[in-house]
Design a protein around this ligand. Structure first.
Ligand SMILES: NC(=O)c1ccc[n+]([C@@H]2O[C@H](COP(=O)([O-])OP(=O)(O)OC[C@H]3O[C@@H](n4cnc5c(N)ncnc54)[C@H](O)[C@@H]3O)[C@@H](O)[C@H]2O)c1
Ligand SMILES: [Zn+2]
Ligand SMILES: [Zn+2]
Length: 347
């Protein structure tokens, strides 16, 4: 089969690999129909993710059809259409029993990281019963690919951890796919103001269309001043960090109102200063989280019933045979205006 392989920092190739086989009775082999590329794949290619070794097939998102199934898998059968969670969960360990699938001691974020991923014609999914979600044939398949990672991430790490409530004034720093998915899922809770901050005017334009009440291009370094003006000098009730660099985390510290919550989503590679000398008396909370995908069944229902439409974040489609072009388009988002890219397999 053909697969997209991370060969060494700054080098990916499409090459022939053996089709995966069942390794334990709880595995399934899925024939891929659609996948996508994540910002985290770009982090891996840069060499930022040491757990992912050269030679690995990338990808942790997608939908497909069950091709083979282990003996102990009870809720799925060959031919089922399934959504793949980016997090593999055994459902039995200490962490899974607490709903913290991200830290499953037999799984977690392993797909396209510690084991071969979804940017290939077939993928082996461990703990199939609890890592795959059966979906309807009639469902919008492109939209559902967004539920493997970015929507649960935004909802769990941003909206739930950020304790967003009706009437809140919130700021989302970063209008990439994750920040925009936070914008969409935050609206399930009716915040009164959503201030979207980025340095890319195209993405801010998209944010406005999708419900941001105010947008700020932070390139001029006056973001704090502008947020304070918008909020009568008070700041925001929730600040969601969806970039992953020190400056944007510190920005959240600068704009958070007393009693507020800073919900970090960004993957940080270096330390960021925590200004406790200013914040200690402000009753603020800071949360961090690796996505668990525990909200996936709920999100499936909201999509099915038209409460959110993740497909609005899809900017491009490529065939799997052109996945390298897909990567180039995704990597150069400022020029190409890429958000999420659907990769279709020939079937
Ligand atoms: N916690 C988790 O489980 C989890 C899961 C998936 C992704 N992530 C992380 O979430 C973050 C966002 O993901 P994404 O795919 O949307 O990334 P992305 O790179 O597409 O988007 C980041 C956005 O931040 C903007 N930006 C860059 N510098 C900025 C600055 N100084 N001020 C304001 N905006 C700035 C960029 O223009 C871009 O639009 C990444 O760090 C990603 O690794 C975390
Ligand atoms: Zn991802
Ligand atoms: Zn587990």
């Amino acid at each position: 089969m053909k697969a997209l392989i991370y060969q060494e920092p700054d080098k990916i190739i499409v090459a022939e690999k053996n089709k995966p086989i069942l390794q334990t009775s709880s595995d399934a082999i899925v024939k891929m129909l659609k996948t996508t590329i994540c910002g985290t794949d770009l982090h891996i290619i840069k060499g930022d993710v040491p757990s992912c070794s050269p030679g690995r097939i990338l990808g942790h998102e997608g939908i497909g059809i069950i091709d083979e199934i282990g003996n102990s898998v009870s809720s799925l059968k060959k031919g089922d259409l399934v959504l793949i969670s980016c997090i593999s969960s055994c459902s039995k360990c200490h962490y899974c029993r607490r709903g913290m699938y991200s830290h499953c001691i037999n799984g977690g974020w392993i797909l396209g990281n510690k084991i071969d991923g979804t940017q290939a014609e077939y993928v082996r999914i461990p703990h199939a019963d609890t890592s795959l979600y059966k979906i309807n044939e009639e469902a919008d398949k492109d939209a559902l690919v967004m539920l493997s990672d970015i929507f649960p991430t935004s909802f769990e790490c941003g909206v739930i951890n950020g304790k967003i409530q009706p009437g809140f004034c919130i700021a989302i720093v970063g209008a990439g796919p994750i920040g925009l998915a936070t914008l969409l899922t935050a609206q399930l809770y009716s915040p009164s103001e959503i201030i979207m901050i980025d340095i890319d005017d195209n993405r801010l334009e998209v944010a406005k269309r999708l419900g941001a009440t105010k947008t700020i291009n932070g390139s001029d370094g006056k973001t704090v001043e502008k947020v304070m003006n918008f909020t009568n000098g008070i700041g925001v009730d929730t600040a969601v960090e969806a970039v992953g660099i020190p400056n944007t985390f510190i920005l959240c510290e600068d704009i958070i109102a007393p009693g507020g919550t800073i919900a970090n989503i960004g993957v940080h590679g270096v330390k960021a200063d925590l200004h406790l000398e200013r914040l200690w008396s402000h009753n603020i909370s800071i949360t961090t989280r690796l996505v668990d995908t525990i909200s996936l069944p709920m999100l499936l229902k909201t999509v099915e019933h038209g409460k959110i439409n993740p497909a609005v974040l899809i900017s491009h489609h490529f065939k799997f045979s052109n996945i390298l072009e897909g990567y180039n388009t995704f990597k150069n988002a400022e020029k190409t205006k890429a958000l999420k890219i659907i990769i279709d397999f020939d079937n």
